[in-house]
Each structure stands twice: as C-alpha cells, then as structure tokens.
Design a protein around this ligand. Structure first.
Ligand code: UDX
Length: 481
C-alpha cells in the first residue's frame, strides 16, 4: 500500500489530502502538523476550516485511510510520498522584507525529512514557493541524505477557498513538475498515478520543475491582474457615468478574454494573490528585471488604491467625517463561503474608518469576534515600506462591536458598508433596515450585491463600486478617488 504523508494541516493540505484519501481507498494518507489544536480539530466533529462538502469527505475516510496526527517524524519516516504544504508568508524583516517569500518553515521541513528518512522518498512541493525553491530544497536533502534518494516534485495547488472540494474533484488541470532524469520521470509517473484515479489523463500536465513552480505564480498574478484591471476601470466608470458591470459584461463576451474574474470590488483579498505577486516582484528584481517587477507591482498598488478610494467615498459622502457615527460593516471574510480573513479588504476599510473615529458594528456569518478583534488590533504591515509597521488605532477596541446579525449591526447606523458578497446580503429586508437607521441613510456596496435602484427608491443614498453615482455623491466636491 502506498503511504502518503502531508506536512501542514491548513487550507491546502487538509482538503487536498482528504480528496486523495476519498478517491484512492488503497492509499494510506496521514496529515501531520505540530499544532496540536489544529490536529485535534481535524479529528473532531468541528473541522478547523469551513469548506462546503469537506465534512462529508473527511467523515467518509477518517479512521479508514485518512488520519491526522502530531507525530510528524514517525509518519514522515515511513511514507513513500511526502507533500509539504507549510506556510510561505511574505518576509517582514531582513533581506527582501515586504516581498520575498519566507521559506523558514519549508527549510525546517526539508531538514527534518532528511533527518528522519530511512528509505527513498518523493518530496512534493504543494505550497506556493518562489521559482527554484526545489533546487534549494534538493540541496538540503541531498547534503543530509545518508545515501537515501530524494526526488523533488512541484505540484502546485490551484484550489480556491469556498469551492475547494469541487476544484479538487474536477480540476482544470493538475501540474506535476520534476527533473528530466530517469529517476525524476519515475517520480512524476508515481504521483501522476495517484491523480489519474479521478483526473482525466489529458488534464495532468507534466513539465520541468521550474515551469511548474512559475506557472502557479503566473496564474495567480494574471487572475489578480484581471481584478485590478476591472477595478481601475471602475474608477473611470464612476468619473464618466459608465456602469462597470456593463463594461465587464461587454468585455467578457470576447471569447479571447472570457467573463470570469472581471467583477469589480473593493479589492481582492485572500492569502495568495498579494503574497504571490510580491514574491514574483522580488524574483524579477533579483533577476535584474526591474521593468517586469514594476509591471506586476502595479497590480497590488491598484488594489491598495481601490481600498483607499472606497474609504474616501464613505467619509466624503457622509459630510466629510464619520467621527462618532455608527457604521455597519456587513461581511468581514475576504470572500463569501469562507471564514478566512487573511488580507481581507475589510481590514483596511475598517482601519480607515476607525482612523476617522467611526463606531463600527461588524457582522459576518462565518468570522468569529475573536478573529475580527485580532485582525483589527494587529498593526498593518506596509509591504511598500517594510520598515514601518502602521500601528492600529489605540482606541480601536472601544470603537468596534461585533454582532450576530445584519439587523442589529445596522440598527441606528448612519451608514452601511458591504465588504463580502454573502448571499444573505442580497435578500435582507432593506426597508426595515432603512427605517431603523439615522437619516440620511447611506449604503456603500463594495461588492455590487444590492439592487441600487430599489434601494434608492426606499430612500437610501447608494454608492456601488463602478456604478453611475448617486446625485448626492456626484455633487460632492472632488476628493482623490
Ligand atoms: C486564489 C486562486 O483563485 C486559486 O487558484 C489559488 O490556488 C489561491 O488563490 P482564493 O484566494 O481562494 O483563490 O480566492 P479567489 O476566488 O481567487 O478570490 C480572491 C479575491 O479576489 C477575493 O477577495 C475575491 O472576492 C476577489 N475577486 C475575485 C474579485 O474582487 N473579483 C473577481 O472577479 C474575482
């Protein structure tokens, strides 16, 4: 029986291994992590991450061919294939701070694998890493190998949160990169055989290591670039009276462009896009390609601009100050169907409003109060000026309340900001909400989920990203939007 071990029980490692176990009943899969609380949660009825369909898959396999353990070394030692799916955050200090990927966890995983291994292993890069990481990992493994043969493969994961189980069950493609030597090709074939149980052969792409590593960074950069492109257009739409949804629809009808990832928003969030682009920027700079680095940096800069622009709209519309005013924040997760708040635009928008002394009442159906408070209390890391940590507002704690439904969040509020496109925000009783708010009542829709015309009929002053402006907003003196 093939034994697979995955180091790292996070958003990628957990669901991916659960799917492998589900599809390959004759493969033994163990997910290991040093974080005991996380492993305990994977072994409990309340999994540590919220992902539609995940519970069923885990329940079907756990205790049969899927297990979760903190006994990292023992499981690594007797596995044939080891996936490494550990964090690779952006470095916040030292060389490359603000851009380069921090490979500390990866390096210690590699050293541990070399230490405990007694038989040949295939080591698979699952977490997104800078191009040529495999070379460094290979050196660590071979210099400590005691005669054991290690083959490194790159097998980047493309799943998106909220649709992880579907993405894993029906991937557009699976990438496997490896060395062009006979041993490298044998390792590729072994991993391909695992995926081939449920993924059609023509969707399993094999290539060299560097192409596979770079493809992942390139895919994320190009997806984020589409969002920044449409968000840049949204500013121009507001200035001219065009409607960004119509523009995106027209543009997306061109079959060369396609319609997906063209939804204007308050900005993209999530653990991958910004981190991977900054890593790409750093790699370009290291390879003496400043023009290429500058090009990709703009994608992140437009994203920051979009969040600032949103805050400016809110404050300027509400008579140039939100000081002491209750503002309801609907949604805090970086997108719907997830409880994840990493790099969520809601953090920057809340910080901006808190800086103007607003009283925030925050509601998200999946994010805990603890998480929201932690996110707002942590100083913001400024990737463009990594030496400066922008401190959080000292009174932030007192200015924030976290509530458990949209109606209490909005009661008595002067304004509402929609930060996440949760389905329930489309169907709220907005008449009831309007009646309970201070007047004039404002809605700032950062996700284009509300029906602007209907809300204007109720009496709201509505701003929706990239849509023709409400006369109220249009007549205000120009600020930097
Ligand atoms: C992304 C990639 O899609 C996935 O392939 C990769 O493996 C990890 O990074 P994820 O971060 O889970 O996945 O979410 P995604 O659905 O890509 O959305 C990222 C952000 O962009 C979210 O904040 C989302 O709201 C925003 N977004 C997305 C837009 O603002 N407009 C769009 O049209 C699409």
């Amino acid at each position: 029986m093939v034994k697979i071990c995955c180091i790292g029980a996070g958003y990628v490692g957990g669901p991916t291994m659960a799917m492998i176990a589900y599809k390959c009943s004759d493969v033994q899969v163990v997910v290991v992590d040093i974080a005991a609380a996380r492993i305990n949660a994977w072994n409990s009825d309340r999994l540590p991450i919220f992902e539609p369909g995940l519970d069923d898959v885990v329940k079907a396999c756990r205790g049969k061919n899927l297990s979760f353990s903190t006994d990292v070394e023992a499981h690594v030692a007797d596995s044939d294939i080891i996936f490494v799916s550990v964090n690779t955050p952006t470095k916040t200090r030292g060389l490359g701070a603000g851009k380069a990927a921090d490979l500390t966890y990866w390096e210690s995983a590699a050293r541990m694998i070399a230490d405990v291994s007694k038989s040949d292993k295939i080591v698979v890069e699952k977490s997104t890493v800078p191009v040529k990481t495999a070379e460094a990992i290979e050196k660590i493994l071979t210099h400590n190998s005691k005669g054991i043969n290690f083959q490194i493969l790159s097998n980047p994961e493309f799943l998106a949160e909220g649709t992880a189980m579907d993405d894993l069950a029906n991937p557009d493609r699976v990438l496997i990169g490896g060395r062009e030597t006979p041993e490298g090709q044998r390792a590729i074939a072994a991993l391909k055989a695992v995926y081939a149980r449920w993924v059609p052969e023509d969707r399993i792409l094999t290539m060299n290591l560097w192409s596979a590593e770079l493809s992942k960074l390139a895919a994320n950069a190009i997806l984020a670039q589409r969002i920044s492109s449409i968000n840049a257009m949204s500013a121009l739409c507001e200035a001219t009276g065009a409607d960004v949804s119509e523009v995106a629809y027209a543009v997306g009808k061109d079959s060369r462009i396609g319609s997906r990832f063209l939804n204007a928003s308050v900005g993209f969030g999530g653990s991958c896009f910004q981190k991977d682009i900054l890593s790409l920027v750093y790699i370009c700079e290291c390879h003496g390609l400043p023009e290429v680095a500058h090009y990709w940096k703009q994608v992140v800069q437009i994203n920051d601009y979009q969040k600032t622009r949103f805050v400016n709209r809110v404050v300027s519309s509400m008579f140039n100050t939100v000081s002491g005013k209750k503002v309801a924040i609907l949604g805090f997760a970086f997108k719907k169907d997830t409880g994840d708040t990493r790099e969520t635009p809601a953090i920057d928008v809340c910080r901006g409003l808190l800086g103007d002394k607003a009283q925030l009442s925050i509601y998200d159906p999946q994010v805990t109060e603890d998480q929201i408070r932690r996110d707002l209390a942590t100083g913001k890391f400024d990737w463009d000026h990594p030496q400066h940590l922008v401190p959080s507002s000292p009174t932030a704690c007192k200015q924030v309340s976290v509530v458990w439904d949209a109606y209490s969040a909005t009661a008595g509020a002067h304004g509402i900001c929609i930060m996440t496109e949760w389905e329930e925000f489309k169907n709220l009783d907005y008449k009831k909400i309007y009646d309970g708010m201070e007047k004039p009542a404002f809605i700032f829709d950062g996700r284009n989920v509300v029906n602007v015309e209907e809300l204007r009929k109720i009496g709201f002053i509505v701003y929706s990203v990239g849509k023709p402006l409400d006369p109220w907003v249009k007549d205000l003196p120009a600020v930097a939007y």
